[in-house]
Structure formats: structure tokens, C-alpha cells
Design a binder for this molecule. Structure first.
Ligand code: MF3
Ligand code: CO
Ligand code: CO
Length: 254
């Protein structure tokens, strides 16, 4: 397992990449309306990343992924492929953006509601959001990855939802998915000890029903096995000397 420690120059490049990824989410929110297709959302993001930001959409052609963003609607857990699906009022969609700028990756996702959200979808998104932040707040030198997972799992399960285990957060830098794996469940004090200069994502996937998932035949789309709703949020975070710095804060987080 090779975990990279970013130099202060590399940390600056991660800040830029993180800011750009968050800017894409700030930009796309206004377009998430009934009647738009996920392919149209993909094209708007692609054109913004390449044309306005002069950056590269990391998902495009990553291990054969065919589009520039992931759009995961309702019971889709993650890695939904944008296509001809038209969004309708009541849908909840996770949009996951990863950009590469000057050789470094910024990776972030949020939930968006199309029209008025259902009560359960809203609560699920709130619990996933709070779970992500409780995990992030555990980060710091001397802390363990298990502290992050335990904080998220404890909160989510107390709220009678479940945490997906097959997919996790990750180290990030010049490489999209680096070591270590950041599990969203686990035990305090377990797992790797964190050091200043590490950059990681925290991106819990939370299901309304059971935690189990199924991969569709397209080789990418992950859905809940019981077809219950799923929600996810993601930030890219730097471990600092005195805690953490979130690199993908959006306009509403600042
Ligand atoms: N952005 C996702 C993550 O958070 C990974 C997407 S891989 C892709 O790690 F190929 F589906 F884009
Ligand atoms: Co990620
Ligand atoms: Co992501």
C-alpha cells in the first residue's frame, strides 16, 4: 500500500482542482429541473469543464466509463451513466464530478432534488450529508481511518438506514483512486493512522433499506438490491497539521 504525502506545492494544486470540481456542482444545480435528461446534464458539465475551466473530466474513458460525470438517480447507489433518462419531479439525483487540473484530481458529489422531494428522500439525503461531515470531522494527524468509518456507521445506523460496504472513499492526487481505501464503516482506533499531507475522499453511500447492492449489466451502474432509495455526498479533504481542510467546499458550504 503506497499512500502519497502531498508537498505544499502539490497541496496548492489539489486546492485548485477541488475548487474547480465544486464550481461545476455550483453551476449545474440550476439545470436540475423536470424534463432534462441526464445526458444533457453530462454535456453541460463536460463543456464547462473543458471549455471554461480548461480542465479534464476524469471519468471520461476511465476504465472504459463512457461519460464525463456520474448521475445516480433514486435507487442507483453510484456510477450511474448519463443517458436518455428524463428527470421528473420527485427524483433525487447524485451528481459526481471529478476534474483533473494541472495533473491533480478534485472529486466531489452532492444530492439534488428535482422539483419537490419526497419525505424519505429528503431525510435520507440529510442523514448521508450529516454522516459525511461526521466522518470528515474525525480527520487529523494521529487519527485512524476506523474513526471515520465508525463515526459514519454509528450515525447512519442510529437513524435506521444502512451503509454500503462494497464501495468506499479513497486517497486522491495525481491518481484518481489511490491508497488508502476509506471505508464508511468500521471500528474506532482501527485502520491506518493518518498523517498531515494526505488527501482523501469521504463519500458515504447510504441506503433507506438494506445495505446490499447489485451491479447492472452495463458494468457500471450500482443499484440497491432491494430497490430502496440511496443517497451519497462526497468531499475531497486534506489532512493538515491540526486537523483537516475540505478542498471541495461549494458556495453553500462556505
Ligand atoms: N467519482 C467516483 C468516486 O467518487 C468515481 C467514478 S469512476 C467512473 O470515486 F468511472 F464511474 F467515473
Ligand atoms: Co471519489
Ligand atoms: Co466522486
Amino acid at each position: 500500500m503506497t499512500v502519497t504525502i502531498k508537498t505544499s506545492e502539490e497541496q496548492d494544486k489539489m486546492r485548485v482542482a477541488g475548487r474547480l470540481a465544486a464550481d461545476v456542482l455550483d453551476m449545474i444545480g440550476d439545470y436540475v429541473k423536470p424534463g432534462i435528461t441526464t445526458a444533457e446534464l453530462d454535456k453541460i458539465c463536460h463543456d464547462y469543464i473543458t471549455g471554461v475551466q480548461d480542465a479534464v473530466p476524469a471519468p471520461l474513458n476511465y476504465r472504459g466509463f463512457p461519460k464525463s460525470i456520474c448521475t445516480s438517480v433514486n435507487h442507483v447507489v453510484c456510477h450511474g451513466i448519463p443517458g436518455e433518462k428524463t428527470l421528473k419531479s420527485g427524483d433525487a439525483v447524485n451528481i459526481d464530478i471529478t476534474v483533473i487540473k494541472d495533473g491533480f484530481h478534485g472529486d466531489t458529489s452532492r444530492m439534488f432534488f428535482v422539483g419537490k422531494p419526497g419525505i424519505q428522500a429528503k431525510r435520507l439525503a440529510e442523514v448521508a450529508y450529516e454522516g459525511m461531515w461526521l466522518g470528515i470531522k474525525e480527520l487529523g494527524p494521529g487519527k485512524h481511518l476506523g474513526d471515520v468509518g465508525a463515526a459514519i456507521q454509528g450515525f447512519v445506523e442510529k437513524n435506521r438506514f444502512s451503509v454500503v460496504r462494497e464501495y468506499c472513499g479513497h486517497g486522491i492526487g495525481r491518481v484518481f483512486h489511490e491508497d488508502p481505501q476509506v471505508l464508511h464503516y468500521g471500528n474506532r482506533g482501527a485502520g491506518m493512522e493518518l498523517k498531515a499531507g494526505m488527501t482523501l475522499t469521504v463519500e458515504p453511500m447510504v441506503n433507506a433499506g438494506r445495505r446490499h447492492v447489485k451491479l447492472l449489466n452495463d458494468g457500471w451502474t450500482v443499484v440497491t438490491k432491494d430497490h430502496s432509495l440511496s443517497a451519497q455526498w462526497e468531499h475531497t479533504v486534506l489532512v493538515t497539521e491540526d486537523g483537516y481542510e475540505v478542498l471541495t467546499l461549494g458556495a453553500n458550504d462556505r
